[in-house]
Design a protein around this ligand. Sequence first.
Ligand code: PLP
Length: 417
Amino acid sequence: MGGERMALSRHGSSWDEVKSKMSALAENDFDWRSGRLAVYVFDAGEDVRTVARDAYAMFIAENGLGPAAFPSLRRMEEDVVGFGLSLLGAPEGACGNMTSGGTESILLAVKTCRDWWRAQGESARTEIVAPYSAHPAFNKAAEYLDVSVKRVPVSDDFTADVEAMATAVDNNTMMVVGSAPCFPFGVIDGIEALSELALERGVWLHVDACVGGYFAPFVRMNGVNLPPFDFALPGVRSMSADLHKYGYAAKGASTVFYRSEALREYQLFKFGDWPTGEMATPTIAGTRPGGAIAAAWAVMHYLGQDGYRAKAQIVTETRAKYERGLKSIGGFRFWGDHQLGLLAFGSDEFDMFAVAEGMRDRGWMSAGLKEPKGMHLMLSPGHAEVADEYLGDMADTVAEVRSGDRVAVAGGGSRYS
Ligand SMILES: Cc1ncc(COP(=O)(O)O)c(C=O)c1O
């Protein structure tokens, strides 16, 4: 953030002026509407965006901090949580909250687990055992909450190595983590085996379904044989699932779920020793944007199961098309067996950093992988229209790299953030 410091101008400007300044500022932003961006944005089409935008605007001033003042938001949050729980096989009595994003959902699950252990009366446990592929949000949570994370290398198929994780679990382990799917490789960990491990060793299993929570259930409804990954497995105590990813909601919306109210109790914060008396908040935020809650509720009602299934079908067909195209270009290796909307691949034959840079120069942007070296695509329905163009550019880029006309300059591939 090295720009010159601006002072607030004395006089305001007209909205037209402000708008045109904002459009000028956005000129160098990536044009995600073109379908050339395969990270950060989940594009389900103009109609879905309009629903999210209008719903957000309707509740832009309302505050989720005040459910007594805004019973509408309370009702919408309850509905959204209910939709999520029913999609994720949750038993009677399961519960949850809307949060601002995957990171907050994970942070809350870790805090809840830590405090649940503290309440067990034995010396509190403080370690999370997670696969190498788990999202950095677990480390962020650990730093904030003064617990630690032991990361365990993944198996040859890029899913969690459950045996190695079992070896890593000890008397200080409070939580084991599995992803459905993990971000880097896009594959679903063996949650069934992790559930057994959690039950056998009496530890908390959190399933991070930030990417898959509002996608995998519809892929399964479409007939794909996905492994079990949710509350249907008895060892799963909490889950995170992002609405602002494949739920196609406006940004600032995720859900965190618990198997029972007795667990969620440790998430809640109450404080009364100040002039206003007791204040109780379920999540990290105080003020909570009514717009984000309303937009999620509206998009879920707008799409319904059929709408989500149709979007999921487009995404999985598009992913399969990318896979076929990359196979026919040749020289690529896929990092895992992909069943959802993420695709991760590398190569034993050519330098993937050079390929990533070549694609970037041709106007495509996606996340990169450093270890193992590779590229990563997070596909939305919007990518269906550009698959042929992408594969054509990829074939040209690979030819350039193979011939030695292109070598990596930046040396690190593209970055996730
Ligand atoms: C698997 C997974 N978990 C957690 C997160 C964190 O979500 P957020 O960026 O909404 O905080 C992400 C983000 O991409 C993710 O892919």
